[in-house]
Design a protein around this ligand. Structure first.
Ligand code: PHE
Length: 465
């Protein structure tokens, strides 16, 4: 019998406090998406127009869906697949809803496969920056160094492997064992370093141009591809639509406030993305470089800044170390849904589940590695030129399609399938109006906005002249 008490009795690991949840979810949200992906997407998407759409999506879609994900997870206290199954039964909806969990797990594998490769580049750059090589080279040489590195699959493979092995070990040991402590310390330091970089960028001759690029909205650049990209980036950056936030919510103590936690996580994530933009674009313009450089952007730009500033070898090394930590805390949330599901339903030990999932993502990652060298091929997607074959396909498939689809389904389930008292019971918002606003956003605004964008993606070419 599926009643509310059945799943509440289910004993499941829990964060030691609400703060640990906020920290872990912020760790999941803040990552390469903010510091690597956001700047290059802004650079390719025409600056301010992209930023504006991104911020609107965060507010109207990101906030309600994050609250919905946490709510679902905490109510069922299971992996995403089983959460959807149990809640669907409980609410009298079809068992087919567990598809949301399956889609999320598949998405997690795909994202982790390329995420780990880029995190591997970051690891390599820890050592490069420490070696002091950037202090002796001019901007064009620094740019060329990255080109030589990514086109050498054997080298990249080593770093990708190192990152995936460490991620697997962390996941296998469980989140509490030390990662919590590390994150508590690392996140504030990363923020301070980012602020220092912004400060440095303010002194560069490109600052005015950088600000202009980030914040002045040229609406003629708002093409369908840019709008869809910005919406997808909102999902990617907030870790929404695949069950990462849901599974973290499933470890949240019953007494914690969902709305308050969500606001903090979203504020931190948005601040880090904007600061990364503020740090990077002035340096791009001051050195006469191309904002639309794509995925290599930060690996070409930041070393220039570190090469020129006093003590740059030290600060640069620290920066890349912290970025690796930010990537770890995101990567673990990408496979936690699959690890939890395997442990829960197959009875595997966490170690076995972690090795199986990490291994599969590692294997898929080989396709991304090859996309930057031997197997590179290009195609056009909604007017944007994509040159890195499988990497771009995985990225578009997840960021632009499966995350938003997952997000819509989560919003529809929470908004339309769950009984109002159950929602109120989990959210326990102090103001009734607040609850109504959330419900309205979850039922109508988020699904319709995201749905229309996706439909445009599929059928938009029929409207084009
Ligand atoms: N939000 C993470 C980042 O910005 C990436 C991520 C996406 C993590 C989806 C979990 C789920 O780097």
């Amino acid at each position: 019998m599926a009643t509310a008490d059945v799943h509440i009795n289910y004993v499941h690991a829990q964060w030691s406090s609400r703060w640990v949840f906020v920290l872990a979810a912020t760790g999941s949200a803040v990552g390469l998406g903010n510091i690597w992906k956001f700047p290059y997407m802004v650079g390719q998407g025409g600056g301010g127009a992209f930023v504006l759409v991104y911020l609107v999506c965060i507010a109207l879609v990101g906030i309600p869906i994050m609250m919905a994900e946490v709510l679902l997870g905490r109510r069922a206290r299971r992996s995403p697949v089983n959460t959807m199954r149990v809640l669907a039964l409980d609410e009298g909806a079809g068992a087919g809803w567990q598809f949301v969990g399956w889609l999320g797990m598949a998405t997690g594998f795909l994202i982790l496969s390329f995420y780990s490769v880029v995190a591997g580049w970051t690891l390599a750059y820890v050592f490069r920056t420490a070696s002091g090589v950037f202090a002796t080279q001019d901007p064009q040489q620094i740019k060329a160094l990255f080109g030589v590195f990514v086109t050498d699959p054997a080298k990249v493979l080593i770093w990708h492997t190192l990152f995936m092995v460490t991620t697997t070990v962390i996941v296998a040991r469980g989140v509490q064992a030390g990662l919590e402590k590390a994150v508590r310390f690392m996140m504030p330091v990363l923020l301070i370093l980012l602020l220092a970089l912004v400060f440095y960028a303010m002194g560069s001759s490109g600052f005015g141009q950088g600000i202009e690029f980030l914040f002045s909205t040229d609406f003629s650049r708002l093409t369908p591809g840019v709008i869809l990209g910005a919406m997808g980036q909102a999902f990617f950056s907030l870790s929404l639509g695949m069950g990462a936030i849901l599974i973290y919510g499933s470890y949240l103590p019953q007494s914690a406030s969902i709305a308050g936690s969500t606001f903090m996580i979203i504020a931190a994530d948005t601040a880090v993305a904007l600061l990364a933009g503020l740090a990077i674009f002035p340096i791009v313009f001051a050195n006469g470089l191309e904002p639309a450089a794509g995925p290599p952007l930060i690996f070409e730009i930041l070393p220039i800044a570190f090469g020129q500033m006093p003590g740059g070898g030290f600060w640069g090394t620290l920066f890349f170390v912290l970025l690796v930590f930010a990537a770890w805390t995101s990567a673990i949330s990408l496979i936690e849904p699959a690890v939890a599901w395997l442990t829960e339903t197959r009875g595997f030990r966490r170690m076995v589940s972690a090795v199986l999932t990490g291994g599969l993502a590692w294997l898929l990652g080989l396709l991304t590695i090859m996309s930057f060298s031997h197997w590179a091929f290009s195609f056009r997607f909604l007017g944007l030129e994509k040159t890195n074959g499988f990497f771009d396909i995985f990225d578009i498939l997840t960021t632009n399609i499966t995350l938003p689809v997952g997000g819509i389904l989560i919003a529809v389930f929470a908004g339309w399938k769950m009984q109002r008292p159950h929602l109120q019971d989990e959210l326990r918002l102090a103001s009734r109006a607040g609850f109504e606003v959330w419900l309205f956003l979850t039922r109508f605004v988020a699904p319709v906005m995201v749905g229309l964008l996706l439909l445009y993606l599929l059928f938009g070419h029929y409207f084009d002249a």
